[in-house]
Design a protein around this ligand. Sequence first.
Ligand code: ADP
Ligand code: TRP
Length: 322
Amino acid sequence: MPRILTGIQPSGTLHIGNYFGAMRPILSLQEQGEVFVFLADLHALTSLRDADALRRNVRDAALDLLACGLDPERTLFWRQSDVAFHAELMWILSTVTPMGLMERMVAYKEKVQKGIPAGVGLFTYPILQAADILLYDADVVPVGKDQKQHLEATRDIAIKINEAYGVGVLKLPEPLISEDVAVVPGLDGQKMSKSYGNTIDIFMPEKALRKKVMGIVTDSTPLEAPKDPEGSIILALYRLVAPADEVARMDADFRAGGIGYGDFKKRLFEAIWTYFAPMRERRAELEARPDYVDDVLADGARRAKEIAERTIDRVWKAVGLR
Ligand code: ADP
Ligand code: TRP
């Protein structure tokens, strides 16, 4: 069975784009292999310098994942900083990583352009990511397209280690880039993203959620006129959360005319509210158990450490540190 590993940056509230673009695909892999998921809190330090916010984000991300169906019995789930070997392996990897390889990383340049301080940690971020992956002998790493280059770098770094210290010291992972994951549009039709302020968060209170949905941008087609279902933000979101027959009905109602966008938005709100109801309930349940998240993460860390230790031991011996 392939070992599937991925890291999630705890970066605040979960929106519909995150859910359908990242979380649901990962959770569905739980049926297909041995899944390892960790919260990349060490990586988060490269863009967040607020201790309370980081603590809150980690807890929220853990609750979100657990509420959305991450099963900690089946899936190994831990927090990166709980397993110190991530940082230790990173150091060893950095000694074989060519400067030129890091200098080619596009994500670094994009982040600096966005205004994130150009620190050494941000620059070497992909080496820590390589350590995350190589530490667990992962076979497959599901990531978004934007992470493809980091996966290639991971393989290059593993090859460098194996060339220097012996075949098979580190296992080469394969990226799993889901090309077919559609980009979920936000309120204004651009890609839904925290950085555009156009998100619909899945665990919003009812009133706030209703207000968001009612704020979706529409054209000025009058109520009586037929409306174009193609390119409609309302329908694009509705397709994700409504049953097929309801989607077909909305599509037909668009074409027929006589119904205004306000009405479609109300249907969309109801569908979103209903779709996420079980997760919302589960999240409230878990939140009410004060130690639950800590216990899950502590147990995950203990199990992750055992696996990571075998790899780091192999690496230490290979390079001559033991
Ligand atoms: P944001 O753009 O809101 O900051 P992140 O960059 O933190 O979101 O994304 C976390 C994960 O969610 C990534 O795997 C990303 O590909 C996915 N994701 C984010 N927004 C969308 C979207 N609008 N459609 C599909 N997937 C998305
Ligand atoms: N860099 C990834 C992102 O921004 C998060 C991440 C950190 C990761 N370590 C990883 C993903 C290891 C896959 C494997 O989304």
